[in-house]
Design a protein around this ligand. Structure first.
Ligand code: ATP
Length: 274
């Protein structure tokens, strides 16, 4: 596998042992349009990896490819291999639904189900036939999401009748209740105020010990605050608005934000581009 990493970075290429995902020459198309071209790098286990880059460079496209969410997008197709724990999730005998159960996702806008707070968290475990004590699991998941103290008196109330920041933490509790190995987060704070954002960022750092987290963010301070490694994407050089996205640089977050010598990364980080 080719692993694109910066020379001089402190990151050693993650091999199959410590990589949760190996992304190997992945290109993603929507119909005939190549949204992302030939991306290769590895995502380490139990770390936070941030995807940054200008609008339209394919960050969300790649994130959705990691749990085959793109299967649900008409016209989307993925070439190359994405190995999750060493197994290519795009093999024909792998069930996309099963992949999505093992890899949780949190979206831009909090999207609690129209049901009680309790039922939101219990939904996934019930679907999976969880046999343990559901009350304990709900409490533990809400505690891990930093929400228990705020909602324990109103577990029977609607999951949509709490603040946006609380709803997003409820969505995180719902995602972790089924014990996924990975949490994919697509700009999880973009609809939140600064205080709710900081709470989610603290939570991401706390959860990183137990889960591998991949976060797409437009907010570079956020990437710098929460992530261990950063992948910077951009669109290919040239004219026209149908240019493919590509991985420019992947390295430790510290390297990307303070030491990079890559001009394209520097220009983006310093706000000269994008
Ligand atoms: N469902 C789709 N059908 C066709 N083209 C799409 C679709 N989704 C995304 N694209 C195109 O693919 C490219 C990458 O989009 P993507 O949303 O992955 O970028 P992004 O880096 O996440 O952008 P943003 O930061 O604005 O969310 C863009 O040119 C976008 O217009």
């Amino acid at each position: 596998m080719t692993v694109q990493e910066s020379t001089g970075s402190t990151v050693s290429p993650a091999g199959a042992d410590d990589a949760v995902f190996e992304i190997d020459q992945v290109s993603v198309k929507y119909g005939s349009f190549t949204a992302l071209r030939d991306v290769s790098f590895a995502i380490a286990r139990n770390e936070v990896t941030a995807f940054i880059g200008p609008s339209g460079c394919g960050k969300s496209t790649l994130l959705r490819s990691l749990n085959r969410m793109n299967d649900l997008v008409p016209g989307a197709s993925v070439d190359g291999e994405i190995r999750f724990n060493g197994e290519n999730i795009y093999e024909s005998d792998i069930d996309g639904g099963e992949v999505r159960r093992r890899i949780g996702m949190v979206f831009q806008r909090p999207n609690p189900f129209q049901m009680s707070i309790y039922d939101n968290v219990a939904f996934g475990p019930r679907l999976n036939g969880y046999k343990g004590n559901m009350d304990d699991l709900v409490e533990q998941s809400l505690r891990r999401a930093g929400l228990w103290d705020e909602v324990y008196k109103k577990l029977k109330e609607s999951g949509t009748a709490i603040s946006g920041g609380q709803q997003q933490r409820l969505c995180i509790a719902r995602a972790i209740a089924v014990e996924p190995e990975v949490l994919l987060m697509d700009e999880p704070c973009s609809a939140l105020d600064p205080i709710a954002t900081l709470k989610i960022e603290d939570l991401i750092r706390e959860l990183a010990g137990s889960f591998s987290i991949v976060i797409v963010t437009h907010n570079m301070q956020q990437a710098a605050r929460v992530s261990d490694k950063t992948a910077f994407f951009s669109v290919e050089d040239g004219d026209g608005d149908r240019r493919a996205g590509e991985l420019v640089e992947f390295a430790s977050t510290d390297y990307i934000f303070t030491k990079t010598t890559n001009k394209r990364t520097e220009d983006y980080i310093s706000g000269r581009f994008g």
